[in-house]
Each structure stands twice: as structure tokens, then as C-alpha cells.
Design a protein around this ligand. Sequence first.
Ligand SMILES: *[C@@H]1O[C@H](CO)[C@@H](O)[C@H](O)[C@H]1NC(C)=O
Ligand SMILES: *[C@@H]1O[C@H](CO)[C@@H](O)[C@H](O)[C@H]1NC(C)=O
Length: 392
Amino acid sequence: MKILILCTCIFLLSWTVEIHGEEQSKKNVVCYFASWTVYRNGNGKFDVPDIDVNLCTHINFGFIGLNEDASIHILDSWESDGLEGIKRLVELKKLKSDLKVLISMGGWNEGSRTYSIVAANATKRKILANNVLSFIEERGFDGFDLDWEYPGLRGGDQAIDKDDLTALLNDLSDVLKPKGYILSAAVAGAVEKINIAYDVPKITKILDLLNVMVFDYHGAFDNFVGHISPLYPAEIDYKYSDNSTYNVDSGIQEWLHKGADPEKMNIGIILYGRSFTLADKTNTALFAPVRGGGIEGIYSRQSGILGYNEICEFHSATTYVWDDEQKVPHRIWDDQWVGFDDEKSIKLKIEYALENNLGGAMVWSLDYDDFKGICGHKYPLLTAVNKAFGNL
Ligand SMILES: *[C@@H]1O[C@H](CO)[C@@H](O)[C@H](O)[C@H]1NC(C)=O
Ligand SMILES: *[C@@H]1O[C@H](CO)[C@@H](O)[C@H](O)[C@H]1NC(C)=O
């Protein structure tokens, strides 16, 4: 009898350890939901029911905005409340009990100035922290993600923003942590921005997750061809001064070198490409001159941007080139050049994240994947992220 009980105990113990071990090894996959994609046409239209909760550990709703008096505003009240986008997103938790749904504030279009003003005033910081707490409590979110792009840049104040961000995150932490809410931030992946914007050791201590935006290194904002998110530099990058740091490896290593905790870091993975219209269609090399952004996509409707779904649905019969130095592909047709990520490059980036003991990945954004499976199985890229992590 005793032996039987002992055996049962050992069995239960090892079973519990095994389950616990599995949980620990699951890597974060933070998926951004971009609310404006509900207005896209045809196969590009993306809404909450298109989300596959099994492919994300966290979903961040992008975005809410900030006013100078530290109040919060819903950027798109028709999507968020009229169509109940926020309510339906939070309700996804019913499909998966350990799914975390966060509200994200900021983003590129919000700019930096308002954030700089609010963060500089101790009273406003506390008001904002309490407004955030009320917002997530009222609407049932699991946490808050700050996407200030970027402290000290784009209308921010370089002299004070770095320390003010630390102070703001401290105030947010003071109200959110005691209640068990998650505090995360989307942070820059370019070396010179990291230096201006962040006190890395301090913010790393406060934050639960750092979503590192190791992308948008090149695009229509340049006047030459380059990859949006190369894993490594190309030989030629060294000829053009700082371009040799415009890659994932340089960004991630800068964070690590400055003292970021790798387990809190999520490597940024883009599901869209950045495209160019070549000045001379016979010159398709890196740094080749361009006329501007590539033709706009049928769904994304922005010159210089193409979702992976648009690339695979409309341009899969074009010339595919694998750049073995930078470990990313591009496609060329007519005078068009688009750099992007596919299953092959994503697998290498996730392996890189594993080698560096990172906590997981952040994905921008769900709507750009082939979420309908027009070109094959659904969500090929997000599936590649999860597979390479061993989450599936
Ligand atoms: C800080 O914000 C508070 C509340 O809005 C305001 O009363 C105060 O004047 C501000 N302080 C400064 C120095 O701007
Ligand atoms: C990258 O190269 C381009 C093209 O020569 C140059 O204009 C730019 O200043 C370089 N960027 C950096 C950050 O060095």
C-alpha cells in the first residue's frame, strides 16, 4: 500500500514537473491587432474573428491616443465601440484562458510631442497612470503597452525624454503591478534611436516585456534600395557609414549590451514588406537609386508598403531573390522591388532569438499575414514563428 502511494506520488510529481516545464518553455508571441484594418477591401479586410488565438500568447490592440492633459482618447470610436472591436477582442480570452490581451497606446501616427509633454509633468504622469488603470479595468484588459515613437525624437525633447520615460513607466508600474497587470513597451531597434530614447537598465527593470522593433531600417523614406528588416548587415553596408547597424542583429545586440534582460525581450517580426520603384529597372542592387515607394497594395493602400498577403496573392510569379548575407528575400518585377520576410527568413530570426535566449517575438501585424490562406494554409508566417519556437 505504502509503495503504491509512493509510486502514485512520484508519478504525479513527475507529471506536474513535466507540465510545468512545458509551460516554462513556451515563448511569447505578442501579436498586434491594427484596428484600422477592418476597413480594408475584399480579402484584405481583417477583423477580430480572423484572429487565430492559438498562434498568439498576447494580443495588443493598436492603438489608443493621448491628450496633453493626460486623458486617453479612443482613436477610432466607430471601430472600437460602434463595432465593439475592443469588447470582441477582449472576449477572445473566452477561447483561450491564458491568452493575454493588452491595450497599446501610441504608434507612429501619434508622434512624440504629447508624450514628451505629459511625461515631463509629475502630476500628469500620475493622472495618466490612473487613467490607464481605469481604462483597462473597465474594459477587461490584462495590461498596458506603451508605444511612444520615440522619446527624444520626432517632436520629443532630447534633453529630458529619456529620464521622463523612466519616471512615467515607474508611475504606471506603481498602479498596475499591485493589481497584477502586465506593463510592456514597444521600443526602437535602431542603434542611434536606442541611445537617444532609453535608459536601458532602468526601463528593463520596470517593464515585463520589451517589444523590440527591429524593422523599418530601410524603405521609401530612403532614396535607395534596402531591406526593411535584414537579420545581418551586407558587406556593402559598411561602405555607407552607419548603415552597417541597420539590421536585426545590431539592434538586439545593442539592447543586450546595454543591459536589457533577454528574457523580457521579444524580437520584432514584420509581416509586411517595404517596396520601391526603381530609378533604373536594370539596377536592382542594394543602394540602387529609386524614384520613390513601390506601387500601393490593393489592400494596404499605401505606396511603399505591401502586406505578405498582397505579395503572395498578387506577386508570387515574380523573381524571388534570397539575400544570403542579410538572410532575407526580395522580389522584383518591372521597376518594382520589395524586401520582406517569408517562412525561411522568419525561421532564421526565431532561431537567432533562441540562441540569444530572448523571451519571444512580437509580430506587426496580424492583418498582413495570409490569414485567409489564399496562397496555401492560413497564417503561414505566424505559424512559422510558433513552429520555430516549438510552441506548436
Ligand atoms: C502639471 O500638470 C498639472 C495638471 O495638469 C498642472 O496643473 C501644472 O500646472 C503642470 N505643471 C507644469 C510645470 O506645467
Ligand atoms: C546610409 O547610406 C545612405 C546612402 O549612401 C546615406 O545617405 C546615409 O546617410 C547612410 N545612413 C547612415 C545612418 O549612415
